[in-house]
Write a protein that binds this ligand. Structure first.
Ligand SMILES: [Fe+2]
Length: 404
């Protein structure tokens, strides 16, 4: 290695360390060159981002640039002291770049410090293994949710369509603290490659909150498009194996549905025979009925449904009408506090009408002047949902009294 080249590589490493430090709370203990005598191209492609929170668990995701063996070090002090390796079928989850490691056995309502580590894999032959350098991130922190918190506060973004700056711009209008963020689809316009997820979702979320506050992702129809759409679930974690799921946070039972695509599955030009969203929506309708009849849902003071394509007020393309037929008619039979959606690129609120007896709030679109931030806050007395425009004015407000 020539001297100048070495200097440049170290400069690049320092640049990455500085980049990686955004949002961190401690000075780095980065050791980018540990474990190898030669310089390597290995680096972190993203900071860690939090997924699928629970009072006793948290999933940490990140992407490394080269195939690695990875783990998370964490603890209640900056000394860390605990370590979790992803394991499956008796082996470490290794030789991969996209990491999703779940920390379990955590204490509720407790602050944890953590860092992510990826050891580069040089050779993985049957009887010969060779590892390169170990990347150690700087330390970050998060706080687990309480066991049964009195309140929940959440923010919802939708339809940003690859305009990452919109996240910060809209967050400027939020004044209070929030427990989690919900991405309600179409943040990526065409999911052609991993870079789309990094630039449109992971980096801007990490810039603003995701290293310390978790986000859930409800898939939009645009995230089903493009070659990398088939890898969507590699990057995000949810409380179930599916992209539709439920979770309770404080007084609210949240139900997340995956509304699929907007055109008929038979549209060969769009889907090439690879789409089966009709049967997928019917599968969700069956699941939804069970969810709505579950004791946990019935015990909750509010039921909030999140899905990208709304059941109503979104035209009459196939996706909407199919959602209306199978999801809307089901929701009409239960006491739904609100359905929060997107897709139409036009902010809209309907408190209920002859077509649906539950309120529907539809977030805006990607263009300046159309963008919205939806804020949800609930306690034992009432649920409040408000939609703000990208100049900070309140477009719509909803208040629901707690179920007795
Ligand atoms: Fe959409």
């Amino acid at each position: 290695m020539e001297k100048e080249e070495l200097k440049n590589s170290r400069r690049e490493a320092l640049r990455k360390m500085a980049l990686f430090g955004t949002g961190a709370i401690l000075f780095p203990s980065v050791n980018l060159f540990a474990g190898t005598s030669s310089l390597s191209a290995a680096s972190f492609k993203t900071r860690p981002y939090l997924q699928n929170p629970s009072p006793t668990a948290m999933t940490i995701c990140w992407i490394a640039s080269t195939n690695s063996f990875s783990w998370v070090e964490y603890g209640e002090t900056t000394e860390l002291g605990q370590k979790t390796i992803g394991k499956k079928h008796g082996m470490a989850v290794a030789n991969n770049t996209v990491n999703k490691i779940r920390l379990t056995g955590l204490k509720p309502a407790t602050k944890y410090y953590y860092r992510v580590c990826s050891k580069e894999i040089i050779k993985l032959e049957a009887y010969q293994k060779e590892f390169g350098m170990t990347l150690n991130s700087i330390k970050f922190e998060f706080t687990t949710p309480g066991e049964s918190p009195e309140k929940v506060r959440a923010l919802v973004f939708n339809d940003l369509h690859e305009r990452p700056a919109s996240i910060k711009a809209l967050l400027n209008y939020n004044t209070g603290i929030y427990d989690f963020v919900f991405l309600n689809g179409d943040l990526i316009s065409e999911f052609e490659d991993q870079t789309r997820a990094i630039k449109s979702v992971i980096d801007p979320c990490c810039d603003n909150f995701a290293t310390r506050i978790p986000f859930y992702f409800g898939r939009g129809n645009h995230e089903t498009r493009g070659a990398h759409a088939f890898n969507f679930s590699d990057y995000f974690d949810s409380p179930s194996e599916n992209l539709y799921y439920s979770f309770t946070w404080g007084p609210v039972y949240f139900i997340v549905l995956d509304s699929g695509e907007d055109k008929e599955d038979s549209n060969f030009e769009a889907y090439g025979g690879l789409a089966f969203f009709d049967e997928y929506r019917i599968e969700q309708k069956i699941w939804l009925e069970k969810e709505l009849n579950s004791p946990e849902r019935k015990a909750a003071k509010y039921t909030v449904v999140l899905m990208h394509i709304p059941t109503h007020h979104a035209g009459d393309w196939h996706g909407t009408t199919h959602c209306r037929q199978f999801i809307g008619n089901t929701l009409n039979k239960y006491d739904i506090s609100v359905l929060i959606a997107g897709h139409t690129h036009s902010a809209y609120y309907c408190p209920g009408c002859t077509e649906h007896n539950y309120p529907i709030m539809i977030g805006g679109g990607p263009a300046d002047g159309k963008r919205t931030l939806i804020r949800l806050e609930a306690d034992s007395q009432e649920l409040n949902v408000s939609m703000l425009s990208d100049n900070g004015t309140t477009l719509s407000k909803l208040q629901v009294n707690a179920k007795k």
